[in-house]
Design a protein around this ligand. Structure first.
Ligand code: GRF
Length: 197
């Protein structure tokens, strides 16, 4: 399968996906890493793997629809079978999710439907939950919504800060996302449930 990965920052999830494809775990090939930020650290990491990259800077467009149309054009050029949003910090228009939603995944750092949106670890600490984690889901027009394909659970510790909790969740993201993408690329049904509790 031809896999495109969209990033906005360090791309640590993208790295794990590319590594697993190159190791033959995921039956796929990375055909594009696209960032909306020119300074995304993940771009250099993708280039080190020899993966084609492109930057489409959202600031260069008059509105969300125009940006999304440019991203669609870049995706049309590589004909992806699967699109993985990985730390991609843009809200996509319904037109875009209608165009690509049949083959687009996202990883969100909470146990959805809990804690949608930003600052999920702060939300979890404020809510006083005992467990937290991350979710891989299919992308729909509704933010952080859509069918859940896998989740990983971590404990919340008494002395946790946003940073220590985020780090514990990120470690699980790096296990969960490749595991889910392996199943998708193998056309295997069913969810992935991981636990570090
Ligand atoms: C991280 O906070 C992660 O939880 C979320 O996106 C952010 C950046 O991830 N999925 P990455 O290192 O760019 O993959």
């Amino acid at each position: 399968k031809r896999v495109a990965i969209l990033i906005s920052g360090g791309g640590s999830n993208m790295v794990r996906l590319v590594e697993d494809m190159r190791a033959g775990g995921i039956a796929g090939e990375p055909v594009l890493v696209l960032s909306n930020k020119a300074d995304a650290g993940g771009l250099a990491k993708a280039e080190a793997f020899g993966v084609p990259t492109t930057v489409i800077d959202h600031k260069g467009f008059p509105d969300r629809a125009a940006f999304d149309a440019a991203v669609s054009d870049a995706l049309d050029a590589v004909k992806p079978d699967l699109i993985c949003l990985a730390g991609f910090m843009r809200i996509l228009t319904p037109a875009f999710t209608a165009r690509w939603g049949d083959r687009m995944l996202n990883i969100h750092p909470s146990l959805l439907p809990l804690f949608k949106g930003l600052h999920t670890h702060r939300q979890a600490l404020s809510a006083g939950v005992a467990v937290h984690g991350c979710t891989v889901h299919k992308v729909t027009a509704d933010l952080d919504d859509g069918p859940i394909l896998g989740q990983a659970v971590v404990p919340v510790l008494n002395d946790d800060t946003e940073a220590t909790l985020a780090a514990r969740v990120l470690t699980q993201e790096h296990l969960l996302y490749p595991a889910v993408v392996r199943k998708i690329c193998a056309d295997e049904p069913g969810q992935i449930a991981l636990s570090a509790v």
